[in-house]
Design a protein around this ligand. Structure first.
Ligand code: 13P
Length: 334
């Protein structure tokens, strides 16, 4: 098994009654962390990345390495997904590079930060779907606005998804999956107290799932922000403020309500950063960053393996029969 589409993976998840983690990666060690965790736990997996948000100067080089890394894991069903494509051109770039799935985030104009109208979102999303479908690639759209940002530099306001619009959006665009804003936000700053139903609107999942049974729901901003990782980071020079994320049990519950794709970036990055900072502090003569990056990779892989158990994808790769999106590249694999 190798690269598969988001539609294949999520249909399989729905049939099996489980969720699949979509893990954000910003460097090639992180790609290895995710794929290793998937191999160890026998999980199908979604590896996702945001354009321009990696340690590489060029998306094209990074994306190429990412896709080639997948070929080293022929036993793992993998979706390579563009997260939060800001415009049609970026989505086309990822599709042309070989991604098997893209997200077009048409809910806001990413240059101005101003919300797009429903019709503007439909138009942008439809253009991506038309290009993707010709090439067998899956598409995720967004309804409502998920708050926060990966880098903390900008803070999109949360606009909850409107269930009344969901069916119309899906019928007019033909998306395979829909990111629904239910009160979560991206990044390391989410809720100021443990979230209850007044801020985390799990009820919306049920309402929307009923309206679009053929479309997969995606939960963004799903990190839990483990306090012990924040403490390690802060004990080694960090200054992350106290914040609450999405409890593990709510993520597991979401997969029973209609969510099949669970996006997680910050928890993985906190695990990586905590281990990296600890390793660097323990060796004051360290000049080569590789040992610290290796410690980060291993810690990230452990955390992801645990989450794969929570989401239910662990142990599911063996019964996979999906047709590969493309054959593995001709690599000298050993
Ligand atoms: P977190 O920032 O909560 O990890 O969410 C990631 C995400 O939703 C990426 O799209």
């Amino acid at each position: 098994m190798t690269l598969i589409t988001l539609r294949q993976a999520l249909d399989h998840a729905r049939e099996g009654g489980y969720g699949i983690g979509a893990f954000n990666v910003t460097d090639i060690e992180q790609v290895e962390a995710v794929l290793d965790a998937a191999r160890r736990t026998k999980s199908p997996v979604i590896v996702q990345t945001i354009a321009g948000a990696s340690a590489f100067a060029s998306d094209e080089l990074y994306w190429d390495l990412l896709l080639r890394a997948v070929d080293h894991y022929p036993d793992v069903p993998v979706v390579v997904h563009l997260d939060h494509g800001p415009d049609v051109a970026t989505c086309k770039r990822a599709i042309d590079a070989g991604f098997s799935s893209v997200m077009i985030d048409g809910s806001i104009d990413h240059k101005t930060g101003v919300a797009n109208s429903f019709d503007e979102n439909v138009a942008i999303t439809s253009e991506v779907v038309a290009y993707a479908k010709e090439r067998g690639v899956s598409v995720e759209g967004e309804l409502g606005t998920i708050g926060g940002s990966k880098d903390g530099a900008s803070h999109a306001e949360i606009v909850l998804a409107n269930p009344a619009e969901a069916r119309d959006f899906v019928e007019r665009t033909g998306v395979d999956a829909l990111a629904v804003a239910i009160g979560t936000s991206h990044g390391a700053y989410k809720f100021t107290t443990p979230p209850d139903s007044t801020v985390l609107h799990m009820d919306l999942i049920v309402e929307i799932a009923e309206k679009i049974p053929g479309t997969h729901l995606v939960m963004h901003g799903s990190s839990s922000l483990p306090p012990h990782l924040r403490e390690i980071i802060n004990a080694h020079g960090g200054d992350l403020p106290e914040s609450w994320g999405v409890p593990e049990e709510e993520k597991a519950r979401s997969t029973k309500l209609g969510v099949t794709k669970i996006n997680q970036g910050m928890d993985s990055h906190m695990a990586y950063a905590a281990a990296m900072r600890t390793a660097l502090a323990a060796d004051r003569l360290a000049a080569d960053p590789a040992p610290a990056a290796s410690a980060g990779r291993q810690a990230m892989s452990e955390l992801i393996a645990e989450r794969m158990g929570v989401f239910g994808q662990a142990g599911r790769s063996g019964d996979y029969v999906a047709v590969p999106f493309r054959e593995p590249a001709a690599l000298p694999l050993d």
